[in-house]
Design a protein around this ligand. Sequence first.
Ligand code: ZN
Length: 300
Amino acid sequence: MDQKIDRILGTYSSGKKGPLLFLSGGIHGNEPSGVEAILKVFNQLKKDKPQIAGTVVGVSGNKIALNKGTRYIEEDLNRSWTEENIRLKKKNSSEQKQMFEIIDVLQKYPAEAFTKRYFLDCHTTSSASLPYISVQVVNENDEWAHRFPPYIIRGFSDIVYGCIDHYLSRIGVTGFVFEGGRHDSPHAVENHEGMIWIALEKACDLDLKSLSEMPKSIGKINNSQKDQKTFEIVHRFGLEDGDTFSMEPGYENFQKIKKGELLAICNNKEIRSSWDARIFMPLYQDQGNDGFFVIKEVES
Ligand SMILES: [Zn+2]
């Protein structure tokens, strides 16, 4: 993005009591799509001035990394939100300092001032993917996530520790992570935008018809998956330092796999599927210690 990104991307209210909708984009600095989408939505809100209940606030995540176009400065901002770091008020790294800046913003919108507090954390993926929701199944997150059209992955955020959505869930804010598509894909911006509008409709009672024109992004996200499905992780193919790993070409997130199918070569050995299921997060970059995940559809 050409313009300098601020911490606060926008705030909007029409003075009516209601919930807080807390939007975050660019927690990873190489994922500007969420920020772009948040800015677009605030532009239209300021222009059209529709009635909403409560307040919507948008913040940038790793602002410094976003402005440099890198994923992070010293450490991953989506691993720093641990109970310990927050309790000890650790401000050693750029990311820890920025984490407390975001917490300071949130503290201006305390639970007592709202009927409820929601969050939507916008991310993108390194490889092509259908948009999807990643939900930590605590409090009302899962129920809330099922009010949105995209595919839902449960339990993925439990594998990693210190994500912003964990922190927000711990302090009682309801929400999920939304992965809009590939980092550089224009569809990712649209998908994020569509989800933000739907969140405004569902959380803040925005009547989408009261906008000067219906954002096209809403139709896109509604049509992005024919019907909602819910998935759980059944297997993680982990890698150790020094392993050689090469995924068979052409796999995309959510692609179906069959028992016996060759998935990857690891340390010169064939890795074949033991499942009739789907593949998730196949590793096609050099870095990472997850070769792939296997997910299965479950009853929602
Ligand atoms: Zn991310």
